[in-house]
Design a binder for this molecule. Sequence first.
Ligand code: XMP
Length: 509
Amino acid sequence: MHHERIAILDYGSQYTRLITRRLRELGAFGLVYGPNATAEEIAGADLKGVILSGGPNSVLEAGAPPIDHAIFELGVPVLGICYGQQLMARDFGGQLHRAAKREYGKATIRVNDSDSVLFQGLDPDQVVWMSHGDHVEKAPEGYTVTATTPGVPVAAMEHRGLRRFGIQFHPEVTHSQHGNAVLLNFLHVCGMKLDWNAGHFIDQKIETIRKQVGNGTVVLGLSGGVDSSVAALLLHKAIGSQLTCVFVDTGLMRKDEMKQVQAAFAPFDLNVKWVDASKEFLSELKGVSDPEQKRKIIGRVFIEVFEQEAKATQAKFLGQGTLYPDVIESSGIGGAVLVKSHHNVGGLPERMNMQLVEPLRELFKDEVRRAGLALGLPEDMVWRHPFPGPGLAVRIPGPITPERVKILQEADAIFIEELKRSGWYKLTSQCFAVLLPVQTVGIMGDERTYENMCALRAVTSEDFMTADWARLPHELLETCAQRIVNEVKGINRVVFDITSKPPATIEYE
Ligand code: XMP
């Protein structure tokens, strides 16, 4: 089964994966190739077009990645973006300008050719995202200049007869106002059917998973979060009983978490080992207050427990629900700062001599959700807020006791229940209760109380690097506060956190 495809030659741009993402949004499948891919390697009846990506090199430097010229003879449309455009210009005799400094950021291009195929139907003046040093000064013979900026004489060019297009800007970046429309115009020229969807993604991944795993076995840490859940279902669909999932209950999870995950997976006939390791975690954490210490202990105990279970399966492969943003975050690709080492099982593959199977590696979060729905994952699992690996340990500042965990689980469950009831759960990105290490005086009935204080945190966020506090209605907050104080023994006061990130973080530790 081969789906229509656009071949993307990756010259090293930090945006290459965004191109594939935009194509998928438009209903097209893009397959990324290395910069040295030959025409022979990318050719095929299913090939509908070629995109040459941007890249950090200068085409004028010795050693800059070249292009196999035969790619232009494949008879399919070619779109060069930034470095790709410059390669195309150089190979066909255009003139390049060697820049002294890089131009980076927003620019406005003027489209000056109403017959342009790439800009068909779009505003003549449009904001685009530029990130380049060199630019094309003079288009090759036969090419029409279709757009310019004050500093870039050939912001876009096209050879309509040969269906070759070059643009200096990055249409795949959201700051480019009509970026998707430009890509769509290109896809139309390619004659793509635009029917790519989550179902096709799943079919294709099943094929690649089977190829990678053969008759080997895979073990996967199932947390109940969207990523590991979707990875589990996908692997299960591909290799059935060759997959074993391990769910580790740390004792620091939300109320009834294991039961809920069990219920969600019950219809799927997955091999899951449900491990209750709460005693181990809580005993190792006894008396520990320092947040980093807590994280280290939890990470270590998790690895010990997981490793033991994984060893018993004798699996050669370790499945993980790594997404593309995690890949960037953990590697520093594209200038991203290493924020946190992402996986609880970090270091495990080397330790246990396992190979990774990461079927979601090129996807973004919203795409994983769509794949989850297509795989039949229940809606409430698909739309779950993220939950940190160290769990409630980082929501109980100070020492952790089983009693404090229980109190927090109850308060948190009430908060989440009310958010769902009022429709606010879907309007927010992450919401939870925190048990503060503060006791305050209260009065209940005729009795004076001296109990814990609970903070409610609700944020909206695109990527969790920044976040804003959610403007929850006062009535909703009132209901939550009343219910928590009335129903949870050990809490007599509730406060609502109105700090954004930065300067605060989302979690309390
Ligand atoms: P902060 O608190 O840094 O959180 O604003 C950003 C996002 O990351 C989650 N988080 C963690 N996730 N292990 C995890 O798996 C951790 O140690 C950890 N710390 C924070 C947090 O819940 C939020 O979604």
